[in-house]
Design a binder for this molecule. Structure first.
Ligand code: CP3
Length: 335
């Protein structure tokens, strides 16, 4: 069983952090400097394995998350994906025909290094640690494919929901997310996280079609074929609709953002669902005592429930590595 799950069921408060491998770490910056192109970096087996393991070496976290990006899927479908410094991702024009014609074996071939990185990491990683594979959720990938950069709230409906090809794009994206996840499981990922970072942009009436149902279909397929693999869902920003999300999608683990009230979770979410995360990353920039208080708040709230410590979103690049050490110590020393 995945260590994350095993420890959480024993109330041992396992911990890992979204974006734990990243720019706040000087050892990451050192590797990053030598890599001009971010996608090539993600596909460089030595470099990506190295940075995947960096936060485990430094903090002895319970899980490694493979160093990659959710935009590797549009890349593998033939869309241009570039990362400009401080501008975030910029994508080329998507081509529906091209997406529809892509062969599964060519898709896999184009990003086979991701799977090699998983194999290589698994060999080097202590077997007591979990190895998390991941993908973007269909909606969040669709947002990037059609919007071609990180979205602002304005215009999203015009550009995406009302785009007459959006449903066809969604269908193909859903298919390849499953394929990508399956390959990661075959390569040795023992846990999967689906990032739906932009779920909160959807109006309530569109959540079912664009978020709940496609995610549910992917999860059902994974559960049927790989029942031992736990799936973590992170539908960010959907507030109390998270309840409906859970009853439809049935994730093994629900990762919550900082806007979700833990009391709501305790009252309304099926106790069989393990909870992960919650703490707002802004607490990483407050006084040590304030941060520790917030950490203990979450640990106390979920004391009687299987809980995986994490943040409500990724570690910001301005974070001091010593703050993360302090956070890890606080979680480890909690009684
Ligand atoms: O969590 C980890 O440590 C594993 C690696 C990982 C990255 N991206 C590496 C990365 C994971 C799990 C992601 C997921 C991801 N990527 C999401 C979902 C989570 C979230 O943050 O909401 C999204 C929306 C993306 C798309 C993306 N990738 C953006 C918007 C950006 C640029 C802005 C930013 O936040 O940095 C990236 C680039 C990126 N992905 C970096 C890293 C370490 C920074 C690139 C650099 O080193 O210059």
């Amino acid at each position: 069983m995945s260590t994350l799950i095993k420890k959480s069921l024993k109330n041992e408060n396992p911990i890992w952090l979204m974006r734990q491998a990243g720019r706040y770490l000087p050892e990451y910056q050192k590797v990053r400097k030598k890599q001009k192109d971010f996608i090539k970096f993600c596909l460089n087996t030595d470099a990506a394995t190295k940075v995947t393991l960096q936060p485990i070496k430094r903090y002895n976290l319970d899980a490694a998350i493979i160093f990659s990006d959710i935009l590797i899927i549009p890349y593998a479908l033939g869309q241009e994906v570039k990362f400009k410094e401080s501008a975030g991702p910029i994508l080329g024009k998507p081509n529906l025909k091209q997406f529809q014609q892509i062969k599964i074996k060519n898709f896999i071939k184009k990003i086979e290094n991701v799977y090699k990185i998983i194999k290589k990491t698994r060999k080097k990683l202590n077997k007591e640690k979990s190895l998390i594979g991941f993908a973007g959720s269909p909606w969040t990938i669709l947002v990037y494919v059609l919007n071609r950069k990180s979205p602002k709230k304005i215009n999203i409906y015009e550009k995406i929901i009302k785009n007459n090809q959006s449903k066809q794009f969604l269908k193909i994206i859903e298919k390849f997310i499953f394929i990508h996840i399956e390959q990661q499981i075959k390569a040795g990922a023992d846990t999967i996280q689906l990032f739906d970072s932009w779920a909160g942009l959807l109006k309530k009436k569109d959540l079912n079609y664009f978020c709940f149902q496609p995610t549910k279909r992917i999860i059902t397929k994974i559960k049927n074929k790989y029942p031992h693999i736990p799936i973590i869902c992170f539908p960010k920003g959907i507030k109390e609709s998270i309840r409906e999300f859970c009853s439809i999608v049935k994730p093994n683990v629900l990762s919550i953002d900082s806007k979700i009230n833990p009391n709501f979770i305790l009252k309304k979410i099926n106790p069989n669902i393990i909870i992960q995360g919650g703490m707002d990353p802004v607490f990483l920039f407050k006084k040590k005592s304030q941060m520790q208080k917030k950490i203990k708040f979450y640990l106390n709230k979920f004391k009687n429930r299987a809980y995986i410590f994490n943040l409500g979103h990724g570690v910001p690049k301005e974070t001091s590595p010593s703050t993360i050490q302090n956070l890890v110590n606080t979680v480890r020393n909690f009684k």
